[in-house]
Write a protein that binds this ligand. Sequence first.
Ligand SMILES: Nc1nc2c(c(=O)[nH]1)N[C@H]1C(S)=C(S)[C@@H](COP(=O)(O)OP(=O)(O)OC[C@H]3O[C@@H](n4cnc5c(=O)[nH]c(N)nc54)[C@H](O)[C@@H]3O)O[C@H]1N2
Ligand SMILES: Nc1nc2c(c(=O)[nH]1)N[C@H]1C(S)=C(S)[C@@H](COP(=O)(O)OP(=O)(O)OC[C@H]3O[C@@H](n4cnc5c(=O)[nH]c(N)nc54)[C@H](O)[C@@H]3O)O[C@H]1N2
Ligand code: SF4
Ligand SMILES: [Mo]
Length: 687
Amino acid sequence: MTQVAAPAVDTHCPYCALQCGMRLTGVRVEPREFPTNRGGLCQKGWTAGSLLTSPARLTTPLVRVDGELRPAPWDVALDLIAAKLTALRKSHGADSVAIFGGGGLTNEKSYLLGKFARVALGTSQIDYNGRFCMSSAAAAGIRAFGLDRGMPFPVSDLTSADAVLLIGANPAETMPPFVQHLTNAGRSGGLIVVDPRRTPTAEQATLHLQPRPGTDLALALGILHAVVADGLARTDYINARTTGFDAAWRIAAAWWPERVERVTGVAAADQRKAAAVLAAADKAYILTARGTEQHARGTDMVGAWINLALALGLPGKSGSGYGCLTGQGNGQGGREHGQKADQLPGYRKIDDPAAREYVAGVWGVDPDSLPGPGRSAYELLDALGTENGPRALMVFGSNVIVSAPRAGRVAERLSDLDFLVVADFVLSETAAQADVVLPVTQWAEEDGTMTNLEGRVLLRTKALDAPDGVRSDLEVLHGLAVRLGQPDGRFPVDPETVFTELRQASKGGVADYAGVTYDRLRAGEALHWPVPAEDHPGTPRVFLDRFAHPDGRARFAAVDHTGPAESLDDDFPLLATTGRVLQHYQSGAQTRLVEELLTAVPEVFVEVHPDTADRAGLTDGGMARVVSRRGEMTARVRHVSSMRTDTVFLPFHFAGDQRANLLTNPALDPTSRMPEFKVCAVRLEVS
Ligand SMILES: Nc1nc2c(c(=O)[nH]1)N[C@H]1C(S)=C(S)[C@@H](COP(=O)(O)OP(=O)(O)OC[C@H]3O[C@@H](n4cnc5c(=O)[nH]c(N)nc54)[C@H](O)[C@@H]3O)O[C@H]1N2
Ligand SMILES: Nc1nc2c(c(=O)[nH]1)N[C@H]1C(S)=C(S)[C@@H](COP(=O)(O)OP(=O)(O)OC[C@H]3O[C@@H](n4cnc5c(=O)[nH]c(N)nc54)[C@H](O)[C@@H]3O)O[C@H]1N2
Ligand code: SF4
Ligand SMILES: [Mo]
């Protein structure tokens, strides 16, 4: 490779949605000043360059022959895929081929992937891992505000807040440079963290509320009750800017803090204190993340926290608000441009006739040729290889064998497929099961835009040449589309050309990128969508004048507490919750290959209170078998005296029988179709 004399290129981190600014010289990473990270990087960011030259990197297509993956030329691999898909489409119909995308893909890739599914394959069966991520917050945001832009204000607005309520968020590990924006709130005595665990984030809080997993909705009702009962609700704001308060309050009225204490374990006095601190603040924010969103009632849980924000008069005012901390690098843009089962570009609905007509016009196809909505992520994986389900799957940007709920079932469904294709730059656990693996370029080897957690569109500029033998995802889609009979120009390979088409396809939609150009991004403009025209400055704060519902008002949600989807009994007496550690990213496919990160956290562990461990006969450092109604896994025991005695915690970054997802419950939220990653019933045994 020829990186030696490479010039320094300003870019952004390949991992999370904070999209920290970095400078890349060859594969050497340095932090750079950018509003979200202000010169900071986490350990994953610092070490991100090493994967570019890792020996574990794939540099040739692999095709399964006699049960084994063997190197093959690109033409052979692409011809084989096209032949298989064509045959399946002919024998079993267009929906026999499915696509699974990812929130780490650039806007250009997400867009072209959605178009490829609907136009080149004609399949409705496309969804992506964002369904497992922030979909509950997206659904709740649309219900409350009429529009989902994770944070409807710039991250840097938080810096002047005197109170911030973080619910189910552990940014000290998941977005370390973000925490500096909370310094003022912490100093003012206003940093409140709701988390069943005493995380590094909770350690920094003024007030840590430690509820039983799965009871957030009750807790939100209790704090709302305290706000109203103590006369702290902003009646003028409620009257002027919202609807639905009375129905929401009728439910919250029955959840006085002492009753909530019995359900959640959070002291009534602490609920009242949280209400008082938030109400007294000049500038206050409420932020949710996966801890409260990844539940079978996740949409309602987030709805309950939004109700609290509305009662306090926070959303849509300068210097305060509600936001969701989107997780993946392009978790925001990835949910806007059409890789979601029910969606067309610009955050349009695929069952909206006007949207179909418009997007079909941009694509040059008949609107009636576009399929309707398909299955959501887990439902899609669950149907693979079944009688009415897809028979082939193509995966771009996800490692579902590790990261999907009830992973044992998902692995079984994948093995029943006629044909599995995975595009990746490493041999992830999912790629290792594939019939064809396509080696693709990485972030630093291609141009592309990402939309960060505050809705700001960023350009990631190519800094290096890719190794010989790899192709970009856009080239893969082009190569397949042509083989499937599509005209040559319909699936461009140049990112800027794809983006120009995306701008047109999103024009007039909710997530309107029409006015974003590569040139404006290169010039360093801070463009938060919507940006409807090239002379439009972008929209850093979305709801200042009105919310996006036709009447301009935000809506309270009438939501009540019901609890997790599965209950505890003598066989499964403990609550398991899952999440992240600082050093590993998601399924670990990338970070388990970075020596420094693997050395820091080499294996899965289970955090458990010493008394709970004692009762199961487990010692600190020993091995535990963790068993749920769906499966079992083994983990090293970590005694953590700040854990609740009814709860254990497992990170989900590890493979094989270290997979936390062998345990998790795929009970789905009725609206968002989010699985219940954050709570399931388990028991511990000595392994
Ligand atoms: N190091 C690292 N950083 C990452 C990622 C990563 O994999 N590793 N992934 C990125 C992505 S895609 C995402 S989505 C974000 C996720 O970022 P976060 O949401 O901050 O991460 P999680 O660890 O999934 O969950 C946050 C917290 O929720 C708590 N929790 C569990 N159950 C409950 C509950 O019932 N109620 C409440 N209130 N809290 C609960 C957990 O104890 C955990 O501390 O991180 C991004 N950044
Ligand atoms: N138990 C439990 N399970 C969870 C969660 C949890 O909290 N608990 N969190 C869920 C959440 S929030 C998320 S976001 C998911 C994430 O889980 P996954 O969807 O598995 O995410 P990654 O591990 O990032 O997998 C991305 C894969 O795509 C590859 N890749 C990266 N960039 C590209 C690209 O540009 N093109 C191509 N073709 N490939 C690329 C990477 O090498 C990697 O193999 O996990 C979910 N699963
Ligand atoms: S916080 Fe996120 S974007 Fe920043 S360096 Fe770490 S992983 Fe990368
Ligand atoms: Mo995520």
